[in-house]
Design a protein around this ligand. Structure first.
Ligand code: PNS
Length: 159
């Protein structure tokens, strides 16, 4: 059983995430979408909401589970869960610069590898932060997020 972890805040999950998760699922027997909480970050959605949106969206796909990461190191979480790889999507060279030290550190900590997947061209501009800002200012984000997220984002206005 080859298991991979797709970690992130998923605040909220968007179509760029989904595309990377689906491709990870084609490479591994099981993919754990691991929803993290960083106490230094201010989230738009609670952990339960972020998990709920991801579960609703991914329910029809086989071999994907969604769960919270909990506290502590991601590398240790991967070891506990028997995952040999972390999968991350890369949108740009700045994503790579940010991710490379973490990938190396995670491998040194527990031996977990990181697999980078180049993001699909039409999702290169997507981030949860930008989607929330556009929605808050009245823009249409229906093209960028799944229905379960659109429903929870509501009708917009200041967050
Ligand atoms: O979606 P995000 O907020 O960019 O996700 C970041 C995440 C969860 C992947 C990153 O913060 C992380 O790996 N956190 C776990 C804590 C940890 O292991 N830190 C050391 C990294 S080498």
């Amino acid at each position: 059983m080859r298991r991979a972890v797709c970690p992130g805040s998923f605040d909220p999950i968007h179509n760029g995430h989904l595309e990377v998760i689906a491709r990870a699922a084609s490479l591994f027997d099981e993919v754990i979408v691991a929803v993290s909480t960083n106490y230094a970050k201010k989230y738009r959605f609670t952990l339960e909401e972020r998990i709920g949106m991801a579960r609703e969206t991914l329910a029809s796909l086989r071999g994907i589970v969604v769960e919270p990461v909990g506290e502590g190191l991601l590398a240790e979480y991967c070891r506990r869960r028997g995952a040999s790889a972390i999968v991350k999507g890369l949108r740009s060279s700045s994503d790579f610069d940010y991710e490379l030290p973490m990938a190396t550190m995670n491998r040194q900590l527990t031996g977990v590898e990181t697999v980078f997947l180049p993001a699909e061209g039409h999702y290169l501009h997507l981030s949860s932060t930008l989607i929330k800002e556009v929605h808050t200012l009245g823009g249409d984000v229906s093209e960028f997020v799944p229905k379960s997220v659109l429903r929870r984002l509501g009708s917009g206005g200041a967050v």
